[in-house]
Design a protein around this ligand. Structure first.
Ligand code: WT7
Length: 660
């Protein structure tokens, strides 16, 4: 039985615990349904009321949704606000000044706590520092920083002065960083001397230097360096300066820059099926509204909660559920520098116990790897820790298999915590399909139902609705406030990628397949329908990796496919043809290693193929098209049952069958 077939058959249902339901922000399915009807009956009125209630506006908006230039939708456009004001000043006024905003848990276990008052002052000083460098509203600032208080402060400081930030994950190479700096037209880069993960120091500033030296980044006038480790780094006079020196003399208050709700808060690069990564542009008002609302609806956040999202600020999860959402609702959150397996695989459970975490949000890959670790090393089994503070669990980034869901439910949640399996994307800004923990009965492996106001549907190739039980293409039928606004600098690509003409230009195309259960109406995501891979919840385009491989002078041709992986969900498998004869044995192993390191340098270590197979050629049709579906079968080491009559060179399949 295929994985999808077994998910369709999944019949276990877990009702939300009664005491959770009675205290929940959204309590019971009737409330959920009433909210959905309210949205259906008066879509704009539904969102307008939420935006008025949940955000502080400097100038109220008069028009909710402007569809005149669809699909370039505008929400609350004539309204003015400041995101950092909503995340900080508002908390000082609400009596949260002395409440802990951030509990920073360093790689080595050292803890630093910051109140909302202290966070406010740090952000204001940083913002004033940026201003003193001449950085102003609408300038783009690239942030290449580790998981740190400073990283969050940097993002908030940009928001405070109306600068648009673009955070680049610390695992990307100098070349990837350079491409993003150029595409965004950044005037400054904020970084750190090093990043510390799993006891290792990794250079960040040196990579920034390398990126800028690659050329084309002349717009960058300043590099601000946060001193994390104090290891030696080179500062270029006139361009580079230490963060602590920049902020020390700055005032601890900074008037926020009031911006239109449509002002771009950030650009975040993500992979598509073709071309270079896309700069997903997000708004200020609509985005923040959804960050705050989903904190309340999906994470049921309450004043006493200790929230912990384990994502990195380099991904959208770390934007919405670390840098913005938790602060917008005045929550206390943990910011974690380290990795799940250092000093041992009990680190997550130890940290939950230590800080009395109540809401915990992580990726299925982490859960799967910790299941293995708990089996292998009983000392770090979750049963060894006091996890009684937990009341809600969440997952994100990739499908969670029912076995992992059950383990999480039993061993971490001790059968008393609901699990929210949240489906969303960089482009959606926040959760789209997810259980509401005090309402939705849960089914392992299903993200269940769309959130109120989110009009998801499953359609066929022609854009027509499909009946339940039939798998198809996941779309969103109405614009929503937190949606992507455009691809930075490429509005045509935005239209083509997300609102294709084939669908009348009106349906948002998520890029995922989905199926809805005939009885429950629940959604199950069946995976990407384009050439995008999801490795450990990290999104990568096969084309990007292929381009990186063929950029190597010894490579003639390359094709990359995803291969199912027990831990990482998918892994990268590359089929490579060299300009020289096909290597075998030790030589093949040696060249494969060189190519992996090459990809790490071109894109970043996260894009390294796990497996490389060499061939004299690739399976192609007579018209020269690479038959990727055959490569996918080969990667899985399965027998080819497909029709191969259109294949030009069937003999090649035998050669590519053997893994190294
Ligand atoms: C892709 C988006 C969501 C923020 C982090 C990743 C996959 C995401 C789920 C889920 C099944 C999921 C989809 C989606 N995905 N969440 N709960 N169940 N698949 O954001 O890097 O933009 O990746 O991740 O394929 O399209 P992203």
């Amino acid at each position: 039985m295929s994985e999808i077939e077994s998910l369709k058959q999944e019949s276990r249902i877990f009702e939300p615990p009664a005491d959770f339901v009675s205290n929940a922000t959204i309590s019971g399915m009737d409330t959920y349904r009433a909210m959905c009807s309210a949205a259906a009956n008066d879509y704009e009125g539904f969102w307008a009321a939420l935006a008025r209630k949940n955000l502080s506006w400097h100038r109220p908006f008069t028009k909710t949704l402007d569809e005149s230039e669809a699909p370039f939708y505008k929400w609350f456009e004539d309204g003015e606000l400041n995101v950092s004001y909503n995340c900080l000043d508002r908390n000082l006024q609400n009596g949260n000044a002395d409440k802990t905003a951030i509990i920073f848990e360093a790689d080595d276990g050292k803890v630093t706590k910051l109140t909302y008052q202290e966070l406010y002052e740090r952000v204001c000083k940083f913002a004033n520092g940026l201003k003193s460098l001449g950085i102003k509203k609408s300038d783009r600032v690239v942030i290449y920083m580790p998981m740190s208080i400073e990283g969050v402060v940097a993002m908030q400081a940009c928001a405070r002065i109306g600068a648009t930030h673009s955070v680049v994950f610390g695992g990307f190479s100098a070349k990837s960083l350079q491409e993003r700096i150029i595409d965004a037209g950044a005037v400054a880069v904020l970084t750190a001397d090093q990043q510390v993960r799993g006891g290792k120091h990794l250079p960040l500033k040196a990579i920034v230097d390398e990126a800028l030296a690659l050329g084309g980044c002349e717009a960058v006038k300043h590099v601000v360096v946060y001193k994390r480790t104090g290891d030696a780094v080179k500062l270029t006079a006139g361009r580079d300066l230490w963060l602590h020196e920049l902020v020390e003399k700055q005032a601890a208050a900074c008037e926020p820059e009031w911006v239109s709700a449509e002002h771009p808060l950030f650009i975040l690069y993500t992979s598509g099926s073709t071309g270079t990564p896309k700069g997903v542009q997000h708004s200020s008002g609509g985005y923040l509204l959804w960050a705050a609302l989903t904190m309340k609806w999906v994470f049921d956040i309450k004043p006493a909660d200790v929230f912990w999202c384990t994502a990195d600020i380099g991904w959208v999860t770390g934007h919405t559920y670390i840098a913005y959402g938790p602060l917008a609702v005045g929550a206390t959150q943990i910011v974690f520098e380290g990795i799940p397996t250092y000093p041992n695989a009990g680190r997550f459970w130890e940290t939950i116990q230590k800080h009395k975490t109540s809401v915990f949000y992580t990726a299925p890959t982490a859960i799967r790897s910790l299941i293995k670790a708990a089996d292998a090393t009983p000392e770090v089994h979750p049963s060894k820790y006091d996890l009684s503070s937990l009341r809600l669990l969440g997952t994100v980034g990739e499908p969670i298999n029912p076995e992992a869901w059950m383990w999480y439910y039993k061993n971490i949640g001790r059968e008393k915590c609901p699990i929210v399996d949240t489906f969303w994307q960089t482009e959606t800004g926040g959760h789209m399909i997810s259980p509401l923990p005090g309402a939705t009965p849960m089914v392992p492996g299903s993200c269940t139902l769309p959130l109120p106001g989110i009009m998801t549907a499953i359609v066929d190739e022609a854009g027509h609705d499909l009946p339940d039980g039939q798998g198809g293409i996941l779309v969103v039928k109405r614009p929503w406030p937190a949606m992507i606004r455009t691809i930075w600098g490429d509005p045509e690509r935005f239209k083509k990628s997300y609102f294709p003409e084939e669908f009348g230009g009106k349906l948002y195309l998520a890029g995922d397949g989905a199926i809805r259960n005939e009885k429950t109406g629940y959604f199950t995501i069946t995976g990407r329908i384009d050439d995008v891979l999801n490795v450990s919840g990290h999104r990568m385009g096969t084309m990007e990796i292929e381009s990186a491989l063929v950029a190597n002078p010894i490579v003639a041709e390359a094709a990359v496919v995803g291969k199912p992986d027990d831990t990482t969900g998918e892994s990268i498998c590359a089929f490579v043809v060299l300009k020289r004869s096909r290597p075998t044995g030790d030589e093949a192993r040696q060249i494969a290693k060189e190519l992996r390191d090459w990809v790490a340098k071109e894109i970043g270590p996260i894009a390294k193929p796990k497996e490389i197979r060499f061939g004299d050629n690739l399976p192609k049709t007579r018209s020269g098209k690479i038959m990727r579906r055959l490569l996918r079968v080969l990667a899985k080491n399965e027998e080819i049952s497909q029709d191969i009559s259109t294949l030009e060179n069937p003999a090649i399949l035998e050669q590519l069958k053997q893994a190294l």
